[in-house]
Design a protein. Structure first.
Length: 220
């Protein structure tokens, strides 16, 4: 299994993104949490900042839209050159149509679900997505502890991905660190968002390697 580590810049220093990005150059992608203060209580940054991020790093951007109107804005984020744009199933009127719009701009299309959202509709339309994100905390704030019951959904998604043979990434986001990433990988996740689990380390690139090795071990 190919393991991907996507550090979440929700735990970074917002004033020094260029310097912060250099400290995570070993990552497979940089996870960019866009929050609007409506869909989630927190407010981060929007389209102009994401455009600027594209200019200061060569690491692909993995944009996670925690916004109430992704149908109106997701394609604009894809048009920035982001490698992937993920929207929430709970926020869109038509997840399949929105995924098609994102893909038409050349980005991978991801769909995310909150801890209490069932996967049924996502899995029924699995071929329409490049990435499924299972939130393992309530979205909105970093530093939360992983909700263990969410791992059942990770396993459910892995079973359907394997059954269909589709090349869909299975991402988890929330409370991921070196102490639990192996266990999460054992449930079938292959793409891991880690905020404080990376940014709290003195050597962040070394920490990314530690997380990647622990996930590989857990997946065996």
């Amino acid at each position: 299994m190919t393991v991907r580590i996507h550090p979440s810049i929700l735990s970074a220093d917002f004033v020094n993104f260029e310097r912060e990005f250099e400290t995570i150059s070993a990552s497979d992608s940089i996870h960019v949490d866009v929050m609007d203060g409506h869909f989630v209580p927190n407010l981060t940054f929007g389209l102009p900042m994401v455009k600027r991020m594209q200019q200061i790093t060569t690491v692909p951007l993995d944009v996670h839209l925690m916004i109430s109107n992704p149908d109106d804005f997701a394609q604009a984020y894809a048009d920035t050159g982001a490698a992937s744009v993920t929207f929430h199933a709970e926020a869109t009127a038509d997840m399949v149509a929105l995924a098609k719009k994102i893909r038409s701009s050349g980005a991978k299309a991801g769909v995310a679900v909150k801890p209490n959202t069932r996967l049924d509709e996502v899995l029924e339309n699995l071929s329409e997505f490049d990435l499924v994100l299972v939130m393992t905390v309530e979205p909105g704030f970093g530093g939360q502890r992983l909700i263990d019951s969410c791992l059942d959904k990770v396993q459910e998604a892995r079973s359907e991905i394997d059954r269909t043979g589709l090349s869909v990434l299975l991402q988890v986001d929330g409370g991921i660190d070196a102490s639990n990433i192996g266990r999460v990988a054992s449930h079938g996740a292959d793409t891991f968002v880690a905020g404080s689990g990376v940014f709290s380390a003195a050597d962040r690139n070394a920490q990314i390697s530690i997380l990647r090795d622990a996930a590989r071990a857990g997946a065996m």
